[in-house]
Design a protein. Sequence first.
Length: 193
Amino acid sequence: MSISLVAGLGNPGRDYASTRHNLGWVVLDAFAKKHGLAWQPAPSFEAEVARWETPGRTRWLAKPLTFMNDSGRAVGALARYYKIAPADIAAVYDDLTIDLGLVKVTVTGSAGGHNGVASLLEHVGDGFVRYRLGIGPKQPPQMELTDFVLGKFTPEQHSHLTQQLDRHLQGLDLLLSRGAEAAMNQLNRRDQT
């Protein structure tokens, strides 16, 4: 298994730019910048893509422009076109069940109420790597889920995430260079803060 396509999940448009639900885009944008990659519009895939040439292989980064709940349509189209198996796809997205600033890597499971992941399961199938970025816990607890994920980070949360960004990028590098198991062993520990 070797990741060939990394998809950051989020919503297009200025209204969503700094919402919790767009953390996957924030991290993937920073990752592309770190590696000197440029985003290009890819209308036929309903996405922005960045081509990443590394020794002996080509990788793709993608930001679906189909809105979160239909992310799988764009990722599925890219995967079919480039003949990329689900096991060679990594999805980078926000996860409410993980504390803010932490990362968890998994390779199976349900959508867990995340509509972007449900769309990937529908269009790509199971077996893709999940690079889950913590945005939890939901505060206040009685707040509607949609309002929370489409809300913006508080200044304190934003500052905490900014401090964690390098770790998120290093974790993604680890996943791509050493695979899901190595990333899980290192990133899924509770003492990662």
